[in-house]
Each structure stands twice: as C-alpha cells, then as structure tokens.
Design a protein around this ligand. Structure first.
Ligand SMILES: [Zn+2]
Length: 283
C-alpha cells in the first residue's frame, strides 16, 4: 500500500538554483514511484533547473551513469558510501564484488562524461560500528585519491565523525574542491570548513524547528561557501517533513538559507547557482 505522500512543490524561486545532491533512483518505502524526468520537470517549474545525481552503491552508480546520459539537467557523482564499503570489504555484498572490485567499478564509472563528483564518501559512525571503521577509513582515503587523480569534486558524508573526517582530510590533503554534503556540524566546525576552503551544502534539515545549531552553522558560513541540496528522497524541508522529498524542495530550503544569512532570496539564488556552476562545470 502506498501511504507516504510526495511533498508538493513550493512557491517558485525568483532565479534558478542547482540541487547539489540527490538520489533520484532511491525508492522511498511506502510511496509511489516517479521517474527522474517527472521529478526534474516539477523542479524546473519552481526554478530548480539542474541537479547533481549521486549514486553511492554499485547498482545506483550504474543507474547514475545511464541517468546523466539520458537527461541534460543532470550531472553525476559516484562512490561507495561509507556504509557500503565495509560490506564489500567483508565479502558480504549482494553484488558479489569484493572491495577492490567495487572500487574499480566506481573508478571506471567516474571516468564517464558528465561525471563531476566522487561522492558521497567519508565516515559514518552512526550506522556502522567500530568493526567497520578501518574499511571506512581505507575507502575514504581511496576516494580522496580518486577525486584528486580525476580532478573531480569530493562530496563528503560525515555522520557523527566530524573530528575524524577533518583529520583524514588534513593528513591526506583534500582535493581542490571538497564539499560537506548535508552538513551536520556546528558553527565551530563550519568555521573550520570555511577557513580550509571547503564548501558546505545545506539540506532540508536546516529548516527543521529543532535545527538551531545547523542554522547557527549556516549563519557563520560565508555565502560564497554555501551550497543547497535536497538529499532527496530524504530530509524533506519544513513544513512538509515526513513526505517524500524531490529536487523541487530546494525552493523551500533556499528561503531558509536567505533568511538565516540575511540576504534577498534572488541574491542567494544567483550566488549559489554561480558557485555550483563553478564547482561542477557546465551541465
Ligand atoms: Zn546522499
């Protein structure tokens, strides 16, 4: 039974903006399915004209390679998610690929045209226990090296692992463009990221009533370092939290971003769209 509704499109933005991180292939349990084209059509009507599709499991990475070929509104990113790498390393992945085979497949896909991102990679101490840490660190370091080798943007997933993520980045040296996707740190961490020249991408959770800490982090981040994303189908912004997310919802999150930073919505859109284009290149 389909019991979870899709969020309805917010009011249109005054200028176009990019969704910097979404998963258009993920099926949200209990919801009807929509095609990427349907979601992108809806998003375009409210000013979210382009998106970065992220495939961070083997099947999803292969899907991403096809999706970016089929739709000019998408560029792509591929990686082994920090919760996937330990499963490959343990030889327990349903694909049958061990870790070196899975990484090789990611590296092959990353070389395809219109692939612009290695991600999401990083550390996740919430979903993976201590037994998976070594494999996560190895995978994170391999992805950093791959992003540097191919000159691609690194998108980081950091869940309850702030200090260790920053530590690995400083030891190995971050790629030229490093983005903290779905930023979850506090204001102090946002300052560290900005001072190191990283970019900080805010998702719909920055709009949640109890997210004062995230908004404090946003408030101290220079607008030139800020990106916006949905992480769709998850993290639908207020007031539709709990429904299924899609790129159109960037229009809701952008309003919070402009409010918190204290700039006109149109100015925030223009700056964030220009930053996205600079980082990922033309679509
Ligand atoms: Zn994601």
């Amino acid at each position: 039974m389909n019991t979870v509704a899709w969020a309805t499109p917010p009011e249109a933005l005054p200028l176009p903006v990019v969704d910097n991180h979404c998963h258009l292939d993920f099926h949200y349990r209990g919801a009807t399915t929509r095609t990427a084209a349907e979601m992108l059509d809806e998003a375009a009507r409210v000013g979210v004209t382009r998106a970065v599709q992220i495939g961070c499991e083997i099947d999803s990475a292969r899907w991403t390679a096809e999706a970016i070929k089929a739709d000019a509104r998408l560029v792509g990113g591929v990686a082994l998610h920090p919760n996937e790498a330990p499963i490959h390393a343990a030889g327990e992945h349903p694909s049958g690929l061990d870790y070196p085979e899975a990484l090789a497949e990611i590296a092959r896909l990353a070389r395809l045209p219109r692939m612009r991102v290695i991600g999401e990679t990083g550390l996740d101490y919430h979903h993976t226990g201590p037994e998976g840490r070594e494999a996560q660190v190895t995978s994170f370091r391999d992805h950093i090296a791959l992003a540097k080798e191919l000159g691609l943007v690194l998108q980081i997933h950091d869940r309850d692992a702030h200090a260790d993520v920053l530590d690995v980045l400083s030891r190995d040296g971050a790629p030229e463009v490093t983005v903290f996707h779905c930023f979850s740190g506090d204001a102090a961490m946002a300052r560290v990221c900005a001072s190191r020249g990283y970019y900080v991408s805010f998702a719909g959770n920055v709009t949640f009533k109890n997210a004062q800490g995230l908004r404090a982090a946003l408030a101290v981040t220079p607008l030139e370092r800020v990106l916006v994303e949905t992480d769709a189908p998850f993290l639908t912004p207020h007031p539709q939290r709990g429904r299924v997310n899609s790129p159109a919802q960037v229009a809701a999150t952008m309003r919070t971003i402009a409010d918190v930073i204290g700039v006109e919505l149109a100015d925030a859109c223009a700056i964030i769209d220009a930053t996205s284009e600079t980082l990922y290149g033309p679509w």
